[in-house]
Design a protein around this ligand. Structure first.
Ligand SMILES: Cc1cc2nc3c(=O)[nH]c(=O)nc-3n(C[C@H](O)[C@H](O)[C@H](O)COP(=O)(O)O)c2cc1C
Length: 180
């Protein structure tokens, strides 16, 4: 059993939902898992964890700035422990090249080389957005490749939950080989 911290940067909460699904899978596989919004951590990886999973969503072409800052500050710990990163964006649904580009930029900015990286489709949470964001996102969704929804009376979730579960299972496999 490993003690795993899953920390994430989120604006509208969808990355937190993905983090909880990963936590459930790791927990069911016998690991001791904590999830935490990255803004609640004191800038450093708390003591006592054997492995880390970090998630960040994309807004305006950039990963969550708290995550970038946290990864830079904790680079040595992240390189030492088994670690995984997941990036959440609309580009991951339909424009994988763009989504991959975000992750390459993140790697350059932080210098971190996680053992595993995943790109997950995000969500269009129109019913949670304020007026300006709702209309801006409708326009962006209409212009983007990938057939994104534009009916603002409902939400759209583009996350492939099976891929999220596979990511968590694969990471659990890596933890087992690391401890063997
Ligand atoms: C204001 C805004 C800007 C966004 N900009 C991008 C973007 O540049 N590229 C992209 O692929 N997705 C973009 N997205 C989609 C988000 O990555 C997606 O909604 C994700 O689920 C947000 O996760 P969160 O709720 O954890 O913050 C944007 C979403 C919003 C609301």
């Amino acid at each position: 059993m490993a003690r795993v911290l899953i920390t994430y940067g989120t604006t509208e909460g969808h990355t937190a939902t993905i983090a909880e699904v990963i936590a459930d899978v790791l927990h069911d596989l016998g690991h001791d898992v904590q999830t935490a919004d990255i803004t609640t951590l004191e800038h450093t990886v708390p003591d006592g964890y054997d492995a880390l999973v970090i998630g960040a969503s994309i807004h305006m072409g950039k990963h969550d700035k708290h995550v970038v800052e946290f990864v830079r500050r904790n680079h040595d710990t992240l390189e030492r422990l088994p670690s995984a990163f997941f990036s959440v964006s609309l580009a991951a649904h339909g424009d994988t090249q763009e989504a991959q580009g975000y992750v390459e930029e993140f790697a350059e900015e932080t210098g971190w080389h996680p053992d595993k990286i995943a790109l997950f489709g995000g969500a269009l949470l129109y019913t949670h957005y304020g007026f300006v964001k709702r209309h801006m996102m409708k326009k962006i969704a209409g212009d983007k490749p990938g057939h994104l929804g534009t009916d603002t009376s409902r939400d759209y979730v583009y996350t492939e939950w099976d891929a999220v579960k596979r990511f968590a299972e694969h990471f659990a496999g890596q933890l087992e080989s690391a401890s063997a």
